[in-house]
Design a protein around this ligand. Sequence first.
Ligand SMILES: Cc1cc2nc3c(=O)[nH]c(=O)nc-3n(C[C@H](O)[C@H](O)[C@H](O)COP(=O)(O)O)c2cc1C
Length: 134
Amino acid sequence: MPKITEEIKEVASKTRGWALATATKDGIPNVVAVAFGKLISESQILLVDVFMKKTRANIEANPNVAVAVWDMETLKGYQFKGTAHFETSGEIFDEGVQIVKSTMPQLTPKAALIVDVLQIYNLTPGAEAGKEMA
Ligand SMILES: Cc1cc2nc3c(=O)[nH]c(=O)nc-3n(C[C@H](O)[C@H](O)[C@H](O)COP(=O)(O)O)c2cc1C
């Protein structure tokens, strides 16, 4: 199990957006921008589905995803690989609704997308770029 370090938590808390990559069963890629996201545990990311279409269809057919997050000020960034599923009720869904409603009350979240992180890679430019983190 990879460790989500304090440094990663800080980047995630300061980021203004996440990139979420999915793929069809046949491997056709799709990447979207996600504003509503946060780390919710030592191994899980919550992204909130408000507008997802191909993303949702892809995850339902193929749960493997990659997520990137970065901070343009410090130029630190990380990539997470794992599996994702949707939840439309419960505590995590309620947290997702709260995240959206607190800044954009006019939007209606459809689901919480929970990513179970299996690997973390460093994206930060320099010698460690691309390396898997312990
Ligand atoms: C800056 C920005 C932030 C976005 N944030 C979200 C988000 O938090 N949740 C969401 O469901 N869609 C968000 N979107 C929309 C998705 O990027 C995308 O348009 C949507 O998932 C439909 O694409 P798809 O059919 O490939 O899934 C955002 C788009 C932009 C440009």
